[in-house]
Structure formats: C-alpha cells, structure tokens
Design a protein around this ligand. Sequence first.
Ligand code: SAM
Length: 291
Amino acid sequence: MGYFHQQERVKALAAIDGLPPLREVIAAHGLSAKKALGQNFLLDLNLTAKIARAAGDLAGADVLEVGPGPGGLTRGLLAAGARRVLAVEKDARCLPALAEIAGHYPGRLEVVNGDALAIDAAAMLAPPIKVVANLPYNIGTELLIRWMTPAIWPPFWQSLTLMFQKEVAERIVARPGSKAYGRLALMVQWRAEAKIVLHLPPEAFTPPPKVSSAVVQIVALPAPRYPADAGVLARVTAAAFNQRRKMLRASLRGLAPDIEDKLRAAGIEPTARAEEIPLEGFCALARLLAG
Ligand code: SAM
C-alpha cells in the first residue's frame, strides 16, 4: 500500500486510541515546526505504530523516547504496550499535547521538559530498557555515540530503534569495502547488531526534510565480538579513518614506532587502507598496541 493511501487509515487508528488526529493536535496547540529544533513530525499513526513494532516486544519494557514532539511515536509506543515511556522534550510548547496522552494512559507516560544531552535518563528507568526515537538530526549522532560508549558494557539499554538521515544510517550498518564504512560502523558493530529496518521518503514527515531517512535497529550484544580496549580501539580507528586514503603504515605511524610489525602481527598488510580492514583486524591491532 502506498504512503498516501495509508494516510486514509490514519483516522481509523486515531479512533483506536481515542485521541485526536495529529494534525488537529498540532493546530490546537500551535506547534508550527521549528527548524532549529530539528522538528520534522510524523503524523501518520500507522507509520509510528510500525516504528514501535520494529523495536520488538515492548510489553514489560521501559522506553526512553527523545523528542516526542506532538506525540505520534509516543502514541505508537503506548498502544504497542510499553510498560512505561519516559519522553524527553526540549520544546515546552509540546507539553500540553503530551499531557493529554499521559492522561489517556495513566501512570505510563512521564514527560521531562529538557535537553536530552543534559539529562541522565537511564537513572529514571528500570530494566529492560529500550530507546526508541525519531531523533532531531542535529543531535542524533552525538546521542548514538554516547549510548554506544558507556563506561561499562552491557549498557543500560537493550536496544536502540532510531531514525537517522539515510546517509548516517548507512554509515552505521556499513561493511568493509564500502565508502560508508568507518568509525561509526566499527563503534556500533563491535558490541551490537545493527540493521536498517525501515526507509522513509522526505514526504513521510511534516514538514518534509531535504533528505531521506531510515530507521536503524541496534541490539546490544552481551559482550564485544572481539576483545579490545575501547579507548585504544577508538584511537586506532580515528587515526586510520582520518586519513582513509592513506596506507595504514602511514596513517598509523604516530601510534607506535614499529607499526609495520604490529600491523603484520595483526594479520594486516601495512600497505592496506582503512576501508579494507574488518572489525576483527582493528581489534587485533588494538590488542597489540595496548600490550
Ligand atoms: N517524535 C516526534 C515525531 O516523530 O513526530 C518529533 C520528532 S522531531 C524529528 C525531533 C523532536 O526532538 C522535536 O520535537 C524537537 O523539539 C525535539 N528536540 C530537539 N532537540 C532536543 C533536545 N536536545 N532534547 C530533547 N528534545 C529535543
């Protein structure tokens, strides 16, 4: 069924949770989209229900949602049976609309008015915790990096179901040998399973952004795929990909005087380029450099 055809079903679903359609909510509360806050809203409740489903079984889980806006995805999460949703929203204009949803699902939705970068949301939730969000694009990558680099592993979250610009989503799931492969792919795939579960055209949002989007599902592994020190691995991949066109013996020269020997010991040709090296190779090199 095409996207616009699906719009026909929006009213039916809105009737299911008994709350008004999102266009009415936006009009009633004067929620004109602010570009500076990355406000591109999802108004199709079938679509937000689909994103909620992509997060897996929500019954019995606490959900952290960043940037609920007028609450389309929040409604999808609650209708899908989330035990509790903690929604962190910077724009105070959205609070009355979110309060209406909270009233409809007593005790299940808590809204915090603040900056997701400044709030310790994990402390306010009980495991198992899933993060589901249509992220503001300006802070999406920063939040992902924070969630992927906690002091201890496994992290506070079980899974992350996140909307990104398509290009960022492709960098997260990229495999060796592709242009999109780099630090983000290695950081995520070292300790998690990542896949794109949904592609969305600009028209799926109001207002439509310039770029296409994709939802990425990231599931935390109990332990890293290959042993390595997180800090050393980050330094190696930063040096390797900051000069991705150079041979590794040149880009990594600053890390050790005998870098060529260490590369060979890790099973990597010193003349290879960063893009060709799988995760396993970078982890082996990080272990040798740490030792
Ligand atoms: N979840 C809604 C939806 O799907 O329609 C809105 C998504 S919109 C892409 C991003 C939301 O994040 C906006 O509501 C915006 O106000 C909010 N936001 C922007 N920066 C934020 C921040 N630093 N902390 C929390 N929320 C933020």
